[in-house]
Design a protein around this ligand. Structure first.
Ligand code: DX5
Ligand code: ZN
Length: 226
């Protein structure tokens, strides 16, 4: 099945001194959605945003799709808060300390799209029991917690496998995505790409998103022909 290619700038890499302006910049760059990273310091060695930042995105750019990545030990306790704040897709980690089936079901009941995430060291088999309940799988290509890390190419074995067994699924990578690593990801079955530091560092984000999209569409078409 033909899966739409999507590019999602990650707000984590924005200039927090002018967040509203950065949100507008991502929207007018033609981003398919904005990726919003929520971290608790139990799950990762860092702290980022809370639900108020998700509402800020909704207020600043109501039509920009809000894609929320919960790097939390107990995401189950906060699903309603994030849904009410305007999260439209909610991603939970398979490594979280809660009942994942329940969490995915709850996200759907709240009117958002459920997605499942796995860390680089987690075997792909761990997410297989959840595939029928999730609209999307995120294969982390860095250890979560920080932007600006190096892409772990070995994780693409997982995306290749998932594309083979679940052609209908949206498959995403997050971490270290730039012009080169994005091509490798798409060659290995990925159709959704989160990119933080690479896109936000660009003076002209619109041009960068457009160039990336054109390049990836070509790679995808060539892959489909082969
Ligand atoms: C990392 C976050 C990513 C991060 C990616 O824990 O989940 O979304 O923003 O940043 P880059 O693209 O700079 O690796
Ligand atoms: Zn993320």
């Amino acid at each position: 099945m033909e899966k739409k290619l999507m590019i999602l700038p990650s707000l984590l890499a924005a200039d927090y001194g002018c967040l509203a302006k950065e949100i507008r910049r991502a929207a007018s760059a033609g981003a398919d959605a904005l990726h919003i990273d929520i971290m608790d310091p139990h799950f990762v060695p860092n702290i980022s945003f809370g639900p108020d930042i998700v509402s800020l995105v909704r207020r600043v750019e109501p039509t920009l799709y809000r894609h929320v990545h919960l790097m939390m030990s107990r995401p189950d306790l906060y699903l309603q808060r994030f849904a009410e704040a305007g999260a439209q897709t909610i991603q939970v980690h398979v490594e979280a300390d809660c009942d994942i089936h329940n969490a995915l079901r709850h996200i759907r009941e709240l009117g958002a799209k459920p997605a499942i995430v796995l860390n680089p060291e987690t075997p792909v088999e761990r997410i297989l029991p959840y595939l029928s309940e999730a609209d999307e799988v995120l294969v982390m290509t860095v250890h979560p917690g920080y932007g600006g890390q190096k892409f772990m190419g070995e994780c693409l074995e997982k995306t290749r496998y998932l594309r083979k067994i679940a052609p209908h699924l949206d498959i995403m990578v997050d971490g270290g995505v730039n012009g080169e690593t994005a091509v490798k990801a798409v060659e290995n079955g990925v159709n959704m790409l989160v990119s933080g530091s690479f896109l936000f560092a660009k003076e002209d984000m619109r041009k960068a998103v457009e160039a990336l999209r054109n390049r990836l569409e070509t790679v995808k078409r060539e892959g489909e022909k082969a």
